[in-house]
Structures are given as structure tokens and as C-alpha cells.
Design a protein around this ligand. Structure first.
Ligand code: FAD
Length: 459
């Protein structure tokens, strides 16, 4: 018999990984602690339980990045997508599912697969030495004993229990007639040029209006079990505003070491900085803007910042209980822990965000593990695909921040078009000017067409 693959966690990622590995002919042992031990958010013993919303978000594969991810996964034989499609509910352009029917059907399909054995019970420490191929897919609520065992391998700083997410803006939506590029005191730093940040200046009236909006903005209320702590030097932006009108101006918005080239003689009252977030240069992270403001209000308030009036957000900010690795540092391109390569990771614990993204990484990890036990290897999908862009984000695309507050800068991310290499689109001759969102829709469609052509070979 071939070496079995032990998969820990039968959530979105673990169920998909087990299915993919088993379909590729591998023998799989799937370990799940529920219903014997529940997490703070799961209510049942069913596999792939959706702990909150029942939506897989937009299903528009031509113009929406998560819709594209759905389509790529369908073309790769995804169990999660097949069953989601079979249990969908009316939800306009979104793919929403009947959560009970969905989870029951995933459980039944996985249990019925001849190559999968299910073992119920919590894994409370590092997997035994004789498990030579392991996929850890225990999610954002990984049980504490296992999380601590993982931390013993990665080091304390490389496995976080909370995310502290600052919003990320699509670069092309930033008004470069207002913002300018410059690093504080023109410092080049490691790998920098001295002009690595985008700077948005505020005068006194604009700053006061912004602080007022932060103070009155509606905040997310934490569940008691979340017990979310505030990190030293990494307070939510609205909490800093509550501590004093000038706190932000003396903190992340300090207007020192920077000169607006358009008004070199006028000192801005405050400056918001955005740091390049991915190697492609398409995404920009708002420095120091981790927040627990409600999503709806965030976009409204952050568009008060000069230069960000029309900002499109690839990700909004947040603070959650979320166990995840500093993957760019600790995982290799095969999703294996560098410190112990028999351990592969999948799902939200790798630093993706969302049901679909978690299942997507499960799909890739399952295939990689199956190839490895056969003595072969599967390369990740190409960077022009949504699946490949996610792998790039967690294993290298993100640019780490140097010398910023907070424990580290890698934070979980949903799929979005900013993670894919840009395309240039030209209007067909004689068809007049682009109107409204036409150009951006054409770009998305071109990126989608390219992705679906490129995933075919990998699928
Ligand atoms: C409260 C909350 C709400 C969320 N809401 C949404 C949402 O609305 N939409 C969205 O897209 N995403 C949401 N997410 C994010 C994410 O998409 C989900 O958490 C998703 O389920 C992650 O998939 P996963 O497979 O990585 O983990 P999970 O689906 O959580 O699966 C992990 C599995 O591992 C098991 N497990 C954990 N530890 C052990 C152990 N030691 N031994 C054995 N088994 C173990 C768990 O019981 C679980 O079944 C939410 C996350 C949280 C925490």
C-alpha cells in the first residue's frame, strides 16, 4: 500500500484536499475533532461547515475575481464547488448555498470515497513521526494544543492568533495628481529606492473632518470568545483617534520627513502613507490603518483622505481571532513547512481569507501531496490564474514591511484582481471613448480569459 496522507481538519480546505488526493489515487486518512470537540464557531459535526454567511460571494467569472476562482476550481474538479452548485439558493449574482444540505453532501461524498478513511478525534500535538505526509488544514480556529505544537516549530512570531488588517487599495484608483511617492527622510531601506511610499497630504480642516468621522463611525462588536487584544504599537486607527485629537498626527500620520513636491513650501498638517503590498505594485496597504470600523463605514471614511476620494479597496480592514502562519517566511512553494517538510498546510491557516480561497488552497495542497507520495511533484498553477495568484500571495508575492509597528505585515487576503499581473486593453478601432466602468470591466474580462486559458494546462 502507498504511503497514506494524513489530513488534519475536515473543513473547507481539508475536505477538498482529501478529495483531490484520493481522486489522484492516494490513500487518505482524514482526522476531524468535531463533534467530540467543537470550535467556538462550529455548531455541528458536519464536514465543510460554513460558520457564518452561506455565501460563496459573486459567481461572475468574467468580471469578479472570486467568480473566476469558482470557475477555475470547477475546471479542476473541485468537490466543494460541485456540491455548492448542487445546493445553491437564489441570491442574484452570488453563489449562496443551503448550508445544511451542502455540509451533509460534502460529508457523504468524502466518507463514501474508497480511498478515504475518516478518524474522529483531536490531534493534540505534532503528528507522529511515522506520518510522513501530513496536510494541516485546521483553520482559523485550530485547537490550541495543536497550534502551540506548530508554534514550537515555527517560533512564536510566525503563527499569529489574531489578524490586524489594514485596508488595501488598488493602485490605479489612487489620485496621483494629489499623492506623491517618497519614503520618510528619503530612506531607501533594504530593497527600497527612497520613494517607496505613496503619501496623501491633509490640511488642518481635512484632518479634523477625518478624525471626527473616525470618532463617530460604527464599530464592529467582538464576540466574547474572540477576546481580541490590541497589539502594542498596532492600535486600531479609531482607538488612536479616541486617545486624543493629535494622536494620529503624532503617530502613523505624522507629517515629518516628507515634502509635497507640488507645494514644497507648505507643510501638510498630517500625511497618510500607503506602502506597496505586492511585488506587482498593484496593491497599496494603508500604513497603521488596522481597524474595527464596520465595513460599510470604512470605505466612506477612508475616501475622505485626499487622493483616496475614488479609492477601490481590494480588502477592508479588520481585527479577528484567526490562527495563521507567516507563510511567506515559513512555507515553501509546495506549501510545506520549511522547518519540517513532511508537514504541508492548507486553508485559512496559510493566510488566505474566505471559504472559497480556503478550499482552493486545499485543492492545490491535496494534489501536491498526492504527487509527492507517488515520487512526483506538481508545480503551483501559473501567476496569471486566480489559484496561482493566491499561492503567490502566501508564498512570496507580498512585500514585508520593514520597521513598521506591529508584529509583522503579512495578513490574510481574499482573492482579488490586484493579485494578478495587469493587462493592457485597447478599445476596438472606431468605437469611441470608454464610458464609466467600461475600461475596468474590459480589463477584468481580459484577465479572466487569460486565467481560464492558463488554468487549462494545470487542471
Ligand atoms: C467566526 C468566523 C466567521 C467566518 N465567516 C466567514 C464568512 O462569512 N465567509 C467566508 O468566506 N469566510 C468566513 N470565515 C473565514 C474562513 O473562510 C472560514 O473560517 C473557513 O471555514 C476556513 O476554512 P478552513 O478549511 O481553513 O478551516 P475550517 O473550515 O474551520 O476547518 C478546520 C477544521 O479543522 C478542525 N480542527 C481544528 N483543530 C483540530 C485538531 N487539533 N484536530 C482535528 N481537527 C481539528 C475543525 O473542527 C474544522 O472542522 C470566517 C471565519 C471565522 C472564524
Amino acid at each position: 500500500m502507498s504511503t497514506p496522507i494524513h489530513i488534519i481538519g475536515a473543513g473547507l480546505a481539508g475536505s477538498e484536499a482529501a478529495w483531490q488526493a484520493a481522486e489522484a489515487g492516494a490513500q487518505v486518512v482524514l482526522h476531524e475533532m468535531r463533534p467530540q470537540k467543537l470550535t467556538e464557531a462550529h455548531l455541528t459535526g458536519g464536514f465543510a461547515e460554513l460558520v457564518c454567511s452561506n455565501s460563496f460571494r459573486s459567481d461572475d467569472h468574467e468580471h469578479n475575481a472570486v467568480g473566476l476562482l469558482h470557475e477555475e476550481m470547477r475546471r479542476c474538479g473541485s468537490l466543494i464547488m460541485r456540491i455548492a452548485d448542487a445546493h445553491k439558493l437564489p441570491a442574484g449574482g452570488a453563489l449562496a448555498v443551503d448550508r445544511v444540505g451542502f455540509s451533509n453532501a460534502v460529508t457523504a461524498a468524502v466518507r463514501a470515497h474508497p480511498n478515504i478513511v475518516v478518524e474522529l478525534g483531536e490531534i493534540t500535538g505534532l503528528p507522529p513521526e511515522d506520518w510522513t505526509s501530513v496536510v494541516i488544514a485546521t483553520g482559523p480556529l485550530t485547537s490550541r494544543p495543536l497550534a502551540e505544537a506548530i508554534q514550537s516549530l515555527t517560533g512564536e512570531a510566525e503563527l499569529a492568533f489574531f489578524d490586524a488588517i489594514a485596508p488595501i487599495v488598488h493602485g490605479e484608483s489612487i489620485d496621483m495628481d494629489i499623492a506623491w511617492k517618497q519614503s520618510r527622510y528619503d530612506k531607501a531601506g533594504p530593497g527600497g529606492t527612497g520613494a517607496d511610499y505613496l503619501n496623501c497630504p491633509m490640511d488642518e480642516a481635512q484632518y479634523n473632518r477625518f478624525v471626527d468621522a473616525l470618532l463617530t463611525g460604527e464599530k464592529h462588536v467582538f464576540h466574547q470568545w474572540e477576546n481580541v487584544p490590541y497589539f502594542d504599537g498596532c492600535l486600531p486607527v479609531e482607538v488612536m483617534a479616541e486617545r486624543g485629537r493629535d494622536t494620529l498626527r503624532w503617530g502613523p500620520l505624522k507629517p515629518v520627513g516628507l515634502t509635497n513636491p507640488r507645494q514644497p513650501d507648505k507643510k501638510p498638517y498630517a500625511i497618510v502613507q500607503l506602502r506597496q503590498d505586492n511585488a506587482l505594485g498593484t496593491l497599496w496597504n494603508m500604513v497603521g490603518f488596522q481597524t474595527k470600523l464596520k465595513y460599510g463605514r470604512q470605505a466612506e471614511i477612508f475616501r475622505l483622505i485626499p487622493g483616496l476620494e475614488n479609492a477601490q479597496f481590494a480588502r477592508l480592514g479588520g481585527l479577528h481571532h484567526n490562527t495563521f502562519l507567516n507563510s511567506p517566511r515559513v512555507l515553501d512553494r509546495q506549501l510545506r513547512l520549511k522547518a519540517q517538510p513532511r508537514l504541508r498546510f492548507a486553508g485559512q491557516i496559510t493566510g488566505v481569507e474566505g471559504y472559497v480561497e480556503s478550499a482552493a488552497i486545499g485543492l492545490i495542497a491535496g494534489r501536491m501531496a498526492a504527487a509527492e507520495v507517488r515520487g512526483e511533484s506538481v508545480e503551483p498553477p501559473g501567476p496569471t490564474t486566480a489559484l496561482g495568484a493566491l499561492i503567490d500571495h502566501i508564498t512570496g508575492g507580498h512585500i514585508a514591511a520593514e520597521g513598521e509597528p506591529g508584529p509583522r505585515s503579512f495578513q490574510p487576503m481574499n482573492i482579488n484582481f490586484g493579485l494578478l499581473p495587469p493587462v493592457t486593453v485597447t478599445k476596438p478601432e472606431g468605437s469611441g471613448r470608454w464610458r464609466g466602468p467600461d475600461k475596468s470591466m474590459a480589463k477584468r474580462k481580459a484577465m479572466s480569459d487569460r486565467a481560464l486559458a492558463d488554468i487549462a494546462g494545470w487542471a
